[in-house]
Design a protein around this ligand. Structure first.
Ligand code: UDP
Length: 244
């Protein structure tokens, strides 16, 4: 019997990518690459379930540019959003290079067309690529202004029939209040889509949560800075907050 592949949508924000030391945290990326390789090959072990994994990574751009961080510059909104999407292309090319050098078959594509530097995203091409390879990195979010890459991740998870949307963050859980500002903030281990939306949880764009609710795609919010957390989130759903 062949291996059945589940698809995991991994949302990496620019902030997580930056790590603690600047624009791009290469050490973190290398560690995540190793964890992804472990998850992908777990189906090949003799004792393993005949279930494998493929990854669709949606990369943010917040380490370089976000509309909301640059409002004070008074740029045209659409230009500012385009700059943010271009930032995600830079990040995607970095991930593609690092992952391929580590032997993980990875391709970067973009929903914002920039054909001189990166191939365009299309669901049909993504399907074809994922059948043969392991990791597809999608830059450009939705390819349109006024939204964020979280919305892009919910769209791609729906289009590419991912079974889980794993959002990497720098906190352990989703909380009722910002844990960096409020000492008495309460973590959620499990929360419904509806409650997450009504509480306006800051950990993810609410439009993204509502699309996942419509498509019944579970979301897991986990701390990417902790070793092993990606596998615990994806394979065991035993860390972070699960939104269902
Ligand atoms: N952006 C956009 N449309 C999209 C995705 C992103 O206009 O579909 C722009 C927006 O200005 C956003 C920036 O790109 O602030 C970077 O994306 P995001 O804030 O989602 O990055 P992250 O916070 O995940 O690093």
């Amino acid at each position: 019997m062949g291996i059945v592949h589940k698809r995991i949508l991994l949302k990496l924000s620019g902030e997580v990518l930056a790590g603690k030391h600047g624009k791009v945290g290469v050490a973190l990326l290398k560690r995540l690459a190793g964890e992804i390789r472990g998850i992908i090959s777990s189906a090949c072990a003799p004792s393993a379930r005949r279930e494998g994994y493929k990854f669709v990574i949606i990369i943010g751009g917040g380490n370089i540019w976000r509309y909301r961080d640059n409002k004070h510059l008074n740029l045209d909104r659409v230009d500012s959003d385009n700059i943010g999407m271009l930032a995600t292309i830079m990040n995607a090319l970095i991930i593609e290079n690092i992952f391929n050098k580590l032997g993980i078959k990875t391709k970067a594509v973009s929903a914002l067309s920039a054909p001189a530097v990166i191939d365009d995203y299309s669901p049909a091409k993504a399907e074809k690529f994922l059948r043969k390879n392991d990791v597809l990195v999608v830059a450009g979010g939705t390819g349109k202004p006024f939204v964020t890459t979280d919305s892009g991740s919910a769209m791609r998870a729906s289009e590419l029939k991912c079974s889980l949307l794993a959002k990497a963050t720098n906190v352990d859980f989703a909380y009722d209040k910002d844990p960096k500002k409020f000492k008495n903030s309460r973590p959620f281990k499990r929360i419904s889509y509806k409650e997450a939306i009504s509480r306006k949880l800051g950990v993810m764009d609410l439009k993204a949560i509502s699309l996942c609710m419509a498509k019944k795609i579970p979301i897991i919010i986990f701390n990417a800075y902790k070793k092993g957390n990606l596998a615990d989130a994806v394979l065991r759903r035993s860390v972070g907050t699960i939104i269902t």
